[in-house]
Design a protein around this ligand. Structure first.
Ligand SMILES: O=P(O)(O)O[C@@H]1C[C@H](O)[C@@H](CO)O1
Ligand code: URA
Length: 312
């Protein structure tokens, strides 16, 4: 039977921005953001984070540390003598968190469960800090496998879909399955596409398939297990491609769905490390891949500089 086509579903309207929607939070005297090693009792979160305007997420701790140092240069940010840029969450050993003026750079690990924990805690952190949810933007700067794109191309996600090509994230809560739409902001995406041209990064708009696994979830033939043929794989990826899927990764569904629930403006920019219509293994030399991984960062850095009115 032909699978139902969900990819043209109309985005539901975004709610009025709010970092949290949980009546229980107001009744709590203290809040421990356990995985960030921060809490409302011992840390003055307002003093530390009230000026945050841009929150940039990415999987790897090293990449997000490098992005923080890159932003120091891009924003001409002055580090006071004797100070260094420190991982604010170093007490947790789960995620890294750096702050460069109004920019947070935070790692989320691999996959939806890891990202989801971080999102809850970052959203609560910004709420405790008294940031204005209408003024803050979230970006995921990641890597992905492309479909029919030259490797190194940056995909700006129009929406995220799951492995069944459905544009919502399903969460099992209290024994029920709740569906959260995973659409992103078309106006912001248009602006980002323009910025990507201005910094000379090849970028496209497209839908992003988000899976729960790198191997079988992404129709690879080279995992420890594989119970389908090369033809099955090709047919699946071609069908996804024909429905507007430009790339495949592992976090966009949760990122887009949680941002959509808050009404906070957000975007997902992932560079493609290979063309999945051509193969499965990622064998590009490390230095080339390093340069590719910087592309989403360059676009967002320029976007932030523009928003802050920084010119050289
Ligand atoms: O942010 P990154 O580049 O870590 O995201 C993608 C999706 C998975 O987490 C990981 C798989 O290699 O890369
Ligand atoms: O193919 C790829 C490459 C990076 N990240 C993924 O999730 N898949």
């Amino acid at each position: 039977m032909e699978q139902e086509d969900f990819t043209e579903m109309e985005p539901p309207p975004s709610p009025k921005p709010s970092f949290v929607r949980n009546v229980n939070l107001a009744a709590m005297d203290e809040d421990y953001l356990y995985h960030l090693a921060l809490d409302t009792k011992h840390n003055d979160l307002k003093d530390m984070f009230r000026d945050v305007k841009f929150v940039c997420f990415g999987g790897s701790p090293g990449r997000m540390k490098a992005f923080a140092f890159y932003m120091v240069k891009q924003l001409k940010y002055k580090i006071t003598a004797g100070q260094t840029l420190e991982d604010i969450s170093k007490g947790s050993d789960r995620y890294v968190l750096y702050k460069v003026g109004p920019v947070l750079s935070v790692s989320h690990g691999m996959g939806i469960p890891s990202l989801s924990i971080l999102m809850h805690e970052i959203l609560k952190l910004l709420n405790h800090a008294g940031c204005d949810p209408g003024e803050v933007m979230f970006f995921r700067l990641g890597t992905s496998g492309g479909l029919g794109l030259e490797p190194g191309t940056v995909v700006i996600s129009e929406a995220a879909v799951d492995g069944l090509l459905r544009p919502y994230m399903e969460v099992a809560t209290l024994g029920m399955v709740i569906q959260h739409p995973a659409f992103l902001c078309p106006e912001l995406n248009k602006e980002l596409l323009e910025v990507s041209k201005s910094v000379g990064c090849q970028s496209v708009l497209g839908k992003t398939m988000c899976t729960y696994d790198f191997y079988e979830g992404q129709a690879r033939l080279d995992g420890a297990f594989c119970e389908y043929t090369e033809e099955d794989k090709r047919n699946f990826l071609k069908r996804a491609h024909a429905r507007g899927i430009a790339n495949i990764e592992m976090e966009s569904l949760c990122f887009a769905a949680m941002c959509h629930r808050t009404g906070v403006k957000s975007a997902v920019l992932c560079v493609t490390l290979l063309d999945r219509l051509q193969g499965d293994q990622i064998s590009t030399p490390h230095d080339v891949m390093e340069e590719w991984q910087c592309r989403p960062q360059r676009i967002i850095a320029e976007f932030i500089r523009k928003k802050l009115g920084i010119t050289d």
